[in-house]
Structures are given as structure tokens and as C-alpha cells.
Design a binder for this molecule. Structure first.
Ligand SMILES: [Fe+2]
Length: 240
């Protein structure tokens, strides 16, 4: 069994729009364990706005309690806290780096998401600010962003700036409309992704994620997908 590290999920229960109970969370973790995921970064939505208004300190409290309960339940998966930082004008106004939580909290690797239909100047300004402050910005699931469909050059511009990309397994396994799957497959073939994550929120999403893993291996081969689901994530894990 190949070992893997998940870099994006919402399995920390009762916090965001992810798992609503420890039971659901344990079910996901056990299933992912069977697929080789022995280490998980738990990445709840975070930031100063909307549904993402979860402060990193609140995530940390939930994380500590959850890890304790997972040990009591006999799970031997290793966990580290991270977050999925929602880019917003509010974040730019506050310029509070502690809100831009990173993998392991202490590393420089920062997973961000944004759902704007275009690419506003404030989004570019936040990324500039994060990079200038030593953060390695990793943009989550670009294949799901309408702006990536509408502005094919955006990914090139961000890549030149040093931004990395995290792809979701779900679209590769059929969880999204066909246009998203096609874009995900294209990004995968073009080597755009630094890593792949499940972005799993609940047990019902597991089949598509695991199907996406198999599809990714069909497209690029096992060795390449091992790099995107273990080798590259391990570099982040070891930097925490
Ligand atoms: Fe997510």
C-alpha cells in the first residue's frame, strides 16, 4: 500500500461546512487510512469573512480536542492543523498574518481559496502581501474556479509569481460538472499541480475522491501521483 498525506479536507468536525460529527469524521479517516492516508492535514475554512469567519485559535482548540478523541477511539492516523484561508477584501484591510494560517501553523505554506468570478485587484494585492511576508501561497482547486475557465492566462501569471496549485481529487472522480473534470485533467497532464487533496467534507463524498485518485493514476501513472499525494506533501509535513 502506497503511503499518502491529505493536504485539504474538512474532517475536523463541528467547525465549518465539513463533518458534523466525530462519527462522520472517523468514518472518513478510517476509509482514507485504507487508501494509504496515514497522515492528514486538517484544513478548516478560516479567515475574517462570511462562512469562513473561523479564527485560527478556534480551529486550534477544536483540533486539540479532536486529536485527543481520535486517540481514545484508537485511530492511529497522524494529524496536523492547517486551514483553507478565504481571500477577501477584509483580509487585505486587516493585514493580520495570524489570520492567514499555514500548514502546521508554523510553516510558511499557506493554502488559500477564492470564489470570485473574475480576478479582482484585491486578490492580487493579498497574494503579493502574503508572498512579501514569506508565505508560499498555494491556491486550492483552481479547476473549480470560474475565473480559471474565463481567463486561461491567469494560471500562467500566478505561476510566474511563484504561486503553487493544489488540485482536488473529486473532479477527477466525477464529483463536478464535466467542464471542471476536463480542466482538472488538463491541469494534471500539464503538470500544473504541486499536490492533490481530497477536500472531503463528509462520508458521502469519499467514493468520488477515491475514484479521482484512481483516475489520476490512469492519467499520469502511479509514480507521478505518489509525488502529488505523498512526496510533495511530505516536504510540507517535514517543514512544520
Ligand atoms: Fe476546502
Amino acid at each position: 500500500m502506497l503511503e499518502r498525506i491529505d493536504v485539504h479536507n474538512h474532517l475536523l468536525p463541528n467547525l465549518d461546512d465539513g463533518c458534523s460529527s466525530s462519527v462522520d469524521s472517523f468514518e472518513c479517516i478510517t476509509a482514507l487510512r485504507s487508501a494509504g492516508y496515514r497522515r492528514l492535514f486538517l484544513t478548516p475554512h478560516t479567515g475574517p469573512t462570511d462562512m469562513c469567519s473561523i479564527h485560527p485559535e478556534e480551529s486550534q482548540r477544536h483540533f486539540n480536542l479532536f486529536v485527543h478523541s481520535a486517540r481514545l477511539a484508537g485511530l492511529d492516523t497522524e494529524f496536523r492543523l492547517g486551514g483553507e484561508v478565504r481571500l477577501s477584501p477584509e483580509l487585505l484591510k486587516m493585514r493580520d498574518l495570524s489570520l492567514a494560517v499555514t500548514y502546521g501553523v508554523t510553516s510558511r505554506f499557506c493554502l488559500v481559496d477564492i470564489w470570485e468570478p473574475d480576478w479582482p485587484q484585491w486578490a492580487q494585492d493579498i497574494i503579493d502581501w502574503l508572498m512579501a511576508n514569506g508565505r508560499q501561497v498555494i491556491l486550492a482547486h483552481p479547476e473549480r474556479m470560474a475565473v480559471m475557465q474565463n481567463d486561461p492566462m491567469l494560471m500562467d501569471r500566478l505561476t510566474r509569481q511563484g504561486v503553487w496549485f493544489q488540485g482536488n481529487l473529486g473532479p477527477l472522480g466525477g464529483s463536478e460538472p464535466k467542464s471542471v473534470r476536463i480542466l482538472a485533467e488538463r491541469f494534471l497532464r500539464e503538470g500544473r499541480y504541486f499536490m492533490l487533496g481530497t477536500d472531503c467534507h463528509r462520508p458521502s463524498q469519499l467514493p468520488a475522491r477515491l475514484a479521482g485518485l484512481r483516475r489520476a493514476e490512469e492519467i499520469l501513472g502511479k509514480a507521478a501521483i505518489q509525488r502529488l499525494t505523498f512526496g510533495n506533501p511530505l516536504a510540507i509535513w517535514n517543514a512544520c
